[in-house]
Design a protein around this ligand. Structure first.
Ligand code: B16
Ligand code: MG
Length: 218
C-alpha cells in the first residue's frame, strides 16, 4: 500500500459554516443600508475575509476608508465567532468521520487546506482537530485560492509529493487550485459548478470505502 496525502477544505466540505459567514455579512450589509442575498453569498465561498468585504462593498456600491474596513472586518469576525462558539459534532457533514477514519486506519497523510483563519477553533469545536496531521489555513498563506499555495504547503508539510495528493473541495477556486498544484481534485457539491474537478460527488455519503482504497493504491 502506498502513502497518499489527502487534503480537505473546511467550509463546505467538513462543516457548513457558510451559513454563519452569510448571517454575519448580511447583518453588516444591512447595517450599512443594503441587502445581501444567499445567492450573492455563493461568491464568497473559498474567498478570503478581506476580499469578501471588498466584494460586499462593491455589491452595495459602498465607498469606505481603510479604517472603516478594518473595523468592519473585526465586527464581522466577532459576530461569526459568536456562532462558531455554539458549534458541536452534530454540525459535521455526513460521512466525513467515516472517510477520515478509513484514511487514518490505512496510514494515509491527512491535512487541512482552508482559506479560513478560524480553522483550528472550528475543528476543535466539532472534535475533529486530532484527525489532522497538519493544518494549513488563512494564517499560513499569502496567496488565495485559485493560487495553489495552500495545497502545496499542505503537501510539503505531509512530506508527500503533489502528484500523490488528493484534494476535497467545494469551491470552484479551490478545485482550480488543486488542479494547478498537480493534485487529484474531488469536488464536493454540484457537477454543474465543479465540472473542472477530476471527480464530483454530492457529499461524502457517495464516496465508498472502495473508491478511497482505489485512490490509495493508484
Ligand atoms: P475566515 P474554506 C473559507 O473557508 C470560506 O469558504 C470563505 O467564505 C471565508 O471567507 C474564508 O474561509 C475566510 O474565513 O473569515 O474564517 O478567515 O472554504 O477555504 O475552508
Ligand atoms: Mg470551502
Amino acid at each position: 500500500m502506498s502513502t497518499k496525502g489527502f487534503i480537505f477544505d473546511l467550509d463546505g466540505v467538513i462543516v457548513d459554516t457558510a451559513k454563519y459567514h452569510y448571517l454575519a455579512w448580511k447583518n453588516l450589509a444591512n447595517s450599512l443600508g443594503f441587502e445581501f442575498t444567499e445567492e450573492q453569498n455563493e461568491l464568497f465561498k473559498g474567498v478570503s475575509r478581506v476580499r469578501s468585504l471588498d466584494i460586499l462593498l462593491e455589491l452595495g456600491s459602498y465607498n469606505a476608508t481603510p479604517e472603516q474596513k478594518d473595523g468592519w472586518l473585526v465586527q464581522k469576525n466577532e459576530e461569526y465567532l459568536s456562532y462558531i462558539k455554539k458549534m458541536d459534532a452534530s454540525e459535521i457533514l455526513p460521512d466525513v468521520p467515516r472517510v477520515l477514519d478509513v484514511l487514518l486506519q490505512n496510514e494515509q497523510g491527512v491535512a487541512l487546506g482552508s482559506a479560513s483563519k478560524n480553522a483550528r477553533p472550528i475543528l476543535e469545536k466539532v472534535g475533529l482537530l486530532m484527525k489532522f496531521q497538519h493544518i494549513v489555513d488563512g494564517n499560513d498563506v499569502t496567496a488565495a485560492k485559485p493560487d495553489p499555495e495552500v495545497f502545496l504547503l499542505g503537501a510539503q508539510k505531509l512530506g508527500i509529493s503533489p502528484q500523490d495528493c488528493i484534494v476535497f473541495e467545494d469551491s470552484i477556486a479551490g478545485v482550480q487550485a488543486a488542479n494547478t498544484a498537480g493534485m487529484i481534485s474531488i469536488g464536493i457539491g454540484e457537477q454543474e459548478f465543479l465540472h473542472e474537478a477530476d471527480h464530483v460527488f454530492k457529499d461524502f455519503t457517495e464516496i465508498s470505502d472502495r473508491f478511497l482504497m482505489d485512490l490509495i493504491n493508484k
